[in-house]
Design a protein around this ligand. Structure first.
Ligand code: HAM
Length: 429
């Protein structure tokens, strides 16, 4: 490519990724605050893990035959020849960190929270991104059905506080590993006569991991796999009892759920309880949050046998659903902070002193440094959604006052310069 065409080329964010600006950042930060506050109330502690991991971590946990590992992982060899992946989900990394830092020895039961970007090379569409953001929790070290109840309750509590009212929760149980072996056999029998019609990949999945046929996106495979409305999972007595206790606990906690829907989770590590929260108004990508129990993953990643349960939600989808349900434009952002407008450019230094004093007191204050006209500065203050505008001009300096307009209330008054910082701090209190 010539230098000229390179120079004139307009760069865009890569497919399936997006920039966040302005109000979007505010809404995003508000979800993150809600997540941290509520997870804290339930006793979850935040951890942060790297965005890259050894690819084999996901092969071992999410599963070699899953779409996530086979088709969607951003996987590359680094300069040292290591097989690296951008993390496609958080659970495997959290369990890896739990074991690497010996939390199984020091804490036993650990309740962990995470937030951050995940990467899947999926075909982008509404609500489906290649870099998306999850928040999630993992409660590691317990098989109690009450842990299932607590995590699901927390998941729904956060969604409610994020403004998402119209959502349904599908609840199911996939049974233990023995149950899954029996269920796989039954599913193979169910699909056997249509096996030749399945796509090439599903032919392999049929042998290696027949449950993965359930999440094939090929329409013929999908139709064959879901023709029977019956759940592909049969439960042993202990798993049925666990599932009953989870349902009883949720009812006691006043949580409604739908346990009649048949669905499959596209990750291999699940055992027993699984759930998905689907929001109205999102179209095809309506799963806003999902999770379940994974009682063998800790052991499979080199730790002792211990039960665990977690969920993750997609922040993009939570925000989209909340906006759809509340109606776009309903939420008028509150006016905040002060704009200090300068009538004459030489007063910038004087103005900057006031702005700094306000910032030191925790009041958000901004001003113009480019000699814009007073009218342009007032326009800017309005656009920036400031609550107060202070005007500093030569006349004001002579009279030792500052004009203070309250844009939220539509009032205006003169404040003695000496009392200005004190008064603004009081109003913005
Ligand atoms: P997952 O169902 O793959 O589960 O993803 C959880 C949520 O992440 C989805 O419900 C959706 O909101 C969001 N999500 C997934 N892929 C995309 C995408 N391409 N674009 C936008 N949002 C997306 C997990 O990741 C498990 N780790 C959940 C879990 C935690 N299970 C136990 N602990």
């Amino acid at each position: 490519m010539s230098r000229e065409s390179l120079v004139s080329m307009a760069f865009q964010a890569p497919q399936g990724t997006k920039d966040l600006l302005g109000d979007a950042v505010t809404r995003w930060a508000s979800v993150e605050r809600t997540v941290r506050r509520l997870a804290g109330l339930y006793g979850y502690q935040e951890l942060r893990t790297p965005l890259i991991e050894d690819a084999s971590l996901f092969l071992r946990s999410v599963g070699e035959t899953t779409d996530i590992v086979q088709k969607e992982m951003f996987r590359f060899e680094d300069r040292g020849g290591h097989d690296i992946a951008l993390r496609p989900e958080g659970t495997a990394s959290v369990v890896r960190a739990y074991l690497e830092h010996n939390l199984h020895k020091t804490e036993g039961f650990a309740k962990l929270l995470y937030l951050g970007p995940m990467f899947r090379a999926e075909r982008p569409q509404a609500g489906r991104f290649r870099q998306f953001h999850q928040y999630g929790v993992e409660a590691i070290g317990s098989e109690s059905p009450w842990v299932d109840v607590e995590v699901i309750t927390l998941c729904l509590h956060i969604l409610r506080e994020c403004g998402l009212m119209g959502a349904v929760m599908w609840l199911s149980s996939m049974g233990c590993r023995d149950d899954q072996q029996r269920s796989a056999q039954l599913l193979r029998e169910r699909l056997m006569k249509d096996k030749p019609k399945l796509c090439k990949e599903c032919q392999i999945r049929f042998e290696k991991n027949v449950f993965r046929v359930l999440d094939c996106k090929n329409p013929t495979c999908h139709e064959i796999a879901w023709r029977s409305k019956a759940s592909p999972f049969v439960l042993c007595e202990a798993c049925a009892a666990h599932f009953d206790e989870v349902r009883r606990g949720l009812r006691e906690a006043g949580v409604s759920f739908d346990d009649t829907k048949v669905f499959a989770r596209g990750l291999d590590y699940y055992t027993r309880t699984v759930f998905e929260v689907r929001a109205t108004g999102l179209g095809a990508q309506d799963a806003v949050a999902a999770g379940g129990r994974y009682d063998h993953l800790v052991e499979e990643l080199g730790g002792p046998p211990m039960g665990a349960f977690g969920f993750a939600a997609g922040i993009e989808r939570v925000l989209m659903a909340a906006e759809k349900q509340q109606g776009a434009g309903d939420a008028v952002p509150k006016r905040r902070g002060l704009y200090l407008a300068i009538a004459q450019p030489p007063l910038v230094g004087e103005g900057f002193r006031f702005v700094q004093q306000l910032r030191a007191r925790g009041v958000s204050a901004v001003m113009d440094y480019d000699g814009k006209s007073l009218k342009a500065q007032l326009r800017e203050a309005d656009k920036a959604n400031c609550q107060l505008v202070a005007i500093l001009g030569e006349a004001e300096v002579k009279q030792r006052v500052m004009t203070l307009k309250d844009l939220a209330q539509g009032t205006q008054r003169a404040i003695p310069l000496d009392a200005f910082v004190e008064e603004v701090s009081r109003v913005m209190g």
